[in-house]
Design a protein around this ligand. Structure first.
Ligand code: PSU
Ligand code: MN
Length: 305
């Protein structure tokens, strides 16, 4: 039945059948999260980092209505070049891409769904969506959070950008029973910075410890994902002042221009990148690579258990 919609790349399918480690990767980060051509270079570098760490990468997207788990280099180049012309696809959008045979770049939420369909348990990215600042008025809460509540895939990220309200994001995750694991940290990292004013739920210091907890969760039938918060390496972290000033300005501009809904996050990401003169892009790339390596280590530990 699933084959009707789903194309799992042969290398990925074989790895899954043999209980070899596989790490899922999203495609909205390629098309909407970074500018061309560095988005494509990064996506390929991330796949390479996962291979060098001993796991198989599976970048996920929708191409002409087919749900793709594992992309070719040509697919990645195509999505990166098309950029925001490609539809940003969350849970809501998947059936319409399929029915209309459209292309779609999958968010964290949609990537989790396709990863679970394929049998992949670990997914690495940059940052997750969350509760936006001012959500008390706008109701802007990323569908990523609801997906984490129900879909059993662990998401390795560098925390969440402070374009979001990190405190409300923590509260939302707590309500929905989604654990936030700090990898070698007691604080929720804020993407560009290692620190924030928020804590994590459980600090675990090794990939094996994380895999053991995930296995227990899922074997107990406790459905849903987990956030594995991996701080950006110190040497790539940004000065708090610089990044906060850029975020404040981007938020003001978004408000003035009436940006809302699914446009909001891509707008803020692009403006923060422009306002920091590309320094934030370098940090962004480094933290994604760092997450890919931890994702691979967790996937390996899970298949060894
Ligand atoms: N945060 C980032 N980089 C990203 C995204 C979020 O730092 O690329 C992308 C991810 O694909 C995430 C999506 O799933 O934005 C969330 O969008 P929204 O807030 O509209 O749910
Ligand atoms: Mn939103």
């Amino acid at each position: 039945m699933l084959e009707k919609y789903l194309d799992i790349q042969p290398e990925v399918a074989k790895a899954l059948a043999d209980n070899q480690p596989v790490v899922a990767l999203e495609s909205t980060i390629i098309s909407h999260g970074m500018p061309y051509p560095r988005n494509v270079e990064t996506a390929l570098q991330v796949e390479k980092a996962i291979r060098e760490s001993g796991a198989i990468p599976a970048t996920i997207a929708i191409i002409k209505g087919r749900l793709k788990v594992g992309l070719s280099e040509a697919d990645i180049e195509y999505l990166g070049k098309a950029g925001t012309d490609v539809t940003k696809v969350s849970r809501r959008d998947i059936p319409f891409m399929v029915a209309g045979q459209h292309d779609g770049a999958t968010t964290v939420a949609a990537t989790m769904i396709l990863a679970e369909l394929a049998g992949i348990r670990v997914f690495a990215t940059g940052g997750i969506g969350g509760v936006h600042r001012g959500a008390q008025e706008t109701f802007d809460i990323s569908a990523d959070l609801q997906e984490l509540a129900s879909t059993s895939v662990a998401v390795v990220c560098a925390g969440a950008k402070s374009i979001l309200d990190l405190g409300l994001t923590r509260e939302y995750l707590e309500t929905h029973g989604v654990p936030v694991i700090g990898y070698q940290t007691d604080q929720l990292p804020a993407f560009y910075t290692r620190e924030s004013d928020q804590t994590i739920d459980y600090r675990l210091d090794s990939a094996e410890a994380i895999a053991t907890a995930l296995k227990a969760k899922w074997e107990l039938g406790l459905k849903g994902g987990a956030v594995i918060a991996n701080p950006i390496p110190q040497q790539y972290a940004m000065p708090v002042e610089t990044i906060n000033t850029a975020i404040e300005q981007a938020l003001t501009e978004a408000d003035e221009q009436g940006i809302s809904g699914k446009e909001s996050t891509p707008f803020l990401l692009a403006r923060v990148c422009e306002l920091t003169g590309g320094n934030s892009l370098d940090s962004n790339i480094q933290l994604v690579l760092n997450n890919a390596r931890l994702g691979a280590a967790i996937a390996i530990a899970l298949s060894d258990l």
